[in-house]
Design a binder for this molecule. Sequence first.
Ligand code: PGA
Length: 249
Amino acid sequence: MIIIANWKAYVEDFEKAKKLFAISKKIARTTTSTIVLAPPAPFVGAFAPKKSGVAFAAQDVSVTTGGAHTGEMTAAAYAAVGTKYAIIGHSERRAAGDTDAIVGEKIAHALACTLLPILCIGERERDSEGRYLAYLREELTVALSALTPKERAKVIVAYEPLWAIGKTATSAITPNDLAEMVLYIRKVLAELLSGKSSAHALVLYGGSVEPDNIRMLAANSNVDGFLIGHASVDPITFSLLVKQLHVQK
Ligand code: PGA
């Protein structure tokens, strides 16, 4: 399993960031899951170069490459400090203006700098006619369209329905619905990737994953990991959450 802690802008205090990093290192030593931290950029710079057993993700990368672009955080700069992954197309970035085409460009920049893109897709709401399925297919297709087969094989997909983000475990997706969605996303990926690589494609889920629901979601859905927001910025909740994954039935 891959567990990605998306700190968003919740963590602004360096002491708190250091505490979360320390706890994450401990957790990483006791779990078979891969622990990935996605802190605000200054903290990535402070922690990612250290040898820690924890991997790092950018929360986003710039659509530009290097040059006269004040304030931009390029994929190359993230890669230079040892960042391994880049979250791209998060709904909070899309709300700030990222279109599917921009998301595609950002993925290409990330890959060019050897960052593994975590492409976020997700519908705003569900409708009974299944239009949300076509919407997800479109998000995936446009984001991958400009990539070579080899590049497409490196993209990790995170399914994050907007209606489930930032709530509580009771408002998250049900294990059955998640299993259906993972199946659907794998089916679309099978059309977009070459035969062999689609079998290895990683599909994650994000949206109100908490200690109360992570085990059920993991057990019944064929999902490869989770993108965790609010529950990842409290040290006790985060360690409980990772522990839950390994509790025996
Ligand atoms: P949440 O956020 O866990 O707070 O719902 C998940 C995300 O937006 O990545």
